[in-house]
Design a protein. Sequence first.
Length: 288
Amino acid sequence: MPGPGHGDSVSAPGAAAPDAHPLDQHELSRRAFVKAAALFGAGGFLAAGGLVGLSSLTRVSAAADLDTMTAEELARRQWAMVFDLRRCDGCGRCTRGCQQMHHLPEEQEWIKVYTVTGASGQEFSLPVPCQMCEQAPCVQVCPVAATFKAPDGVVLVDQEVCIGCRMCMAACPYGVRTFNWQKPAPLPAGVAEESSPLFTTPQRQGTVGKCDSCAHRLREGDFPACVTSCSMEAVYVGDLVADVATNGRETVVLSDFLRANDAFRLKEELGTKPRVYYIAGHGQDLDF
């Protein structure tokens, strides 16, 4: 079971809770992110249109065509996530926001929130989505290449190719993949079915699904659902190339933020090179 990797124990995932940030706050933050990234990133992190400079893409076209940009263009962005555990209260809003975005049933959690007991007996919450490993075991074992790593570092599943063998689930050391046993419920009225590796909804019965970092939103210049859903501003999305990250309100220099706060990654000893970082709680008083 996932954990910081230094003798901590983990209990059952926490329950999800409703509600999210006001969207206007994140729109303002997105504009600030654009300006900051242009200063920090080599050659500029963003075009004026959005987070990744893909303002010409709509949500539908981004989801419909994985090859809109060349591999070289996509590789100019290398996405990462940071969870600030000093702020996380285990509410599960990140899980619920993910479920709403991807139209998942309540029992299907692409972000599991665990309660972890540290070595000194303190408890803290630990959200665990797909770790977007650079050396991803799931990619290596898939016999039909249904699981693959996109040039921008996001590990995706093509459910049109997936044969449901579940070898990827057995290989994942983080336990973040789920199998679609049941026929999915009908989509809400007005929501179109989509079948791109960037965004598949509804999930395909007999295939494997997992967190995709809301890749379709990243390429449109928007934040993942877990970022916009977190009421504690504990979830950051960042670009390793531009060295910038944001939680929807503040923008930071990613490398400095990780270094100054002793960030760690889960099960680093396995050599998977995850791109999800965690900042441990040390009892600091934070100014919210």
